[in-house]
Design a protein around this ligand. Sequence first.
Ligand code: FE2
Length: 363
Amino acid sequence: MRNSRFAGRLPYRRPLPTVVIGGMIAVLISLVALVSCARPAAGGSGEGPGELVVYSARNEQFVDPLLHRFAEETGITVRALHAGGSAVNRIVEESRNVQADIFISNDVGALEYLRMGGHLQGFEPEGIESIDPRYRAADHSWFALSARTRVLMYNKDLITDEAMPQTIWELANPTWAGQFAITRGGNGSMIAHISALRYEWGDSKTAQWIAGVMENAGAIMQGHGDIRRAVGGGEFAFGLVNNYYYHQQLLEPTHNNVGVLYPDQGEDEMGAVVNAAGVAFVAGAPNAENARRFLTWILRPENQREFSYASMEVPINPSIEAVGEAAAISNYKVHSMPLDRLGEVFEDTREFIERAGLALELR
Ligand SMILES: [Fe+2]
């Protein structure tokens, strides 16, 4: 059972035992979640390259192969905690006794929220100029590597591109009742999307949109993987997802007659909402030198590429071509909100969504 998801694929060692913090509080980090990915240390004398502790909110299957390769190339022992949505709170809670060196996130809001709270530190890694300033903190305490765009993925057997709603606002229109699926309110991409809508529309129009969409949605699902399968399988004409789910569905052996629509592309329209996945340097990182090494390493073009390609997202660095036929972010109109604004509303939007009546979790 242990690590069965990786059996035969990745050179995993056994999970580490309980981590004792501060000599007082034993924090039981999930043994399944905490993995070690380095070769056995040569001497075991306590010297050598040491370790790197990575907290990740990103899908584990996208992150682990990269971390394994870093461990192999450097000899540094990488310990990864896949903490999902709780990674941010954990970093905040541990600020007086910092455990993490690096944080990996799918959401610029989470990265900027930590920076604003003083939980990150700056650094000038080699290669940082390959990332557009729009996608990094001014002090480089976080930088994004791959973009994810909110799109409508549709089933071509059920609807044509022309017949599809062309804007996100239209999902609140009763015309579409029962025809589409969305995720629960607590999904990170949904939260960031609604933050962008608040920025564009203000709170009352956004609340109105949420109410309309809830009324119309044929299903409110746990995650975007559920939506892409349901749309591919013909349960709904379309779904609101991140763009890479479309590319994932195309790879399915069946149920892959799907199309993608980038919404709000008209002249007066807001543009598609983009978010990004990236990495951050935790303030007070116990293994700061190894963290700097990792940040420099991840900026090497081949590693940027792998970071994006693992999830079929689109690289932010324009010199790295997009995976398959994915549209580069320069190919469509993107919403103008500076991404770091997501940090200011990171906590608030969750409450806003709940107040508007969309449950954060499925019951
Ligand atoms: Fe996702």
